[in-house]
Design a protein around this ligand. Sequence first.
Ligand SMILES: [Zn+2]
Length: 241
Amino acid sequence: MTEPGQVVERVLVVIAHPDDAEFWLGGTIAGWTAAGVAVSYLVLTDGEAGGFDPDVPRADIPRIRRAEQERAAAILGVDQVRFLGLREGSLLRPSRDLHVAVVRAVRSVRPQIVVTWSPEWNWQRFRSCHPDHLATGTLTLQAVYPDAGNSFALTALLEDEGLEAWTAEEIWLINSPHVNHYVDVTDAFDAKVRAVAAHTSQSGHYLDLAGRLRGRLAPNTAPAGLPDGRLAEAFQVVSNR
Ligand SMILES: [Zn+2]
């Protein structure tokens, strides 16, 4: 979707939970980093309500999930992972501090592309519409425009932290009901599977993880205009120019 001549040097991925990025755009991230694009994550919560194994002490989950996220990001060649450590569900009433934190991340990373959740319900994938996902989309879009790019907004970020206003040119939304862009990730599929598998507490119970992930991507092949056997990840690309 990027325009002719557009250079993508940096991408910021803002997600609700550890594992969101790998499940939804692991192949796209692997393609970006292989091409020299610097990818950063901002992970808003520790996903402490996630998992499937009742024998894992719940108090250990945040530490486990952060470590899994670090390993998965390293597999994909991601530059930097920042954790805000918020509680699951706390995104539903986002604080002023959280708004400033996302603006700070945009101004620090200075990405051409911000990837985040669609804030809209996708009725084709209702169980991907976790309230934290929808809230992450809303609060991230509200940070990207206008405050991240407005030098007259949140002036303390410049005065105290030296962070200049920055406008990300595009927002790429995952789980959108209005897909308008596909990325061929066939060559990065193995890396995606390994990165999702690094989230053992979330995916360790799947007997055929590769088959499951292939099945999730397969419906994208025809609409992406790709031949049978190719795999694509899907996005709604929104211009912020
Ligand atoms: Zn999630």
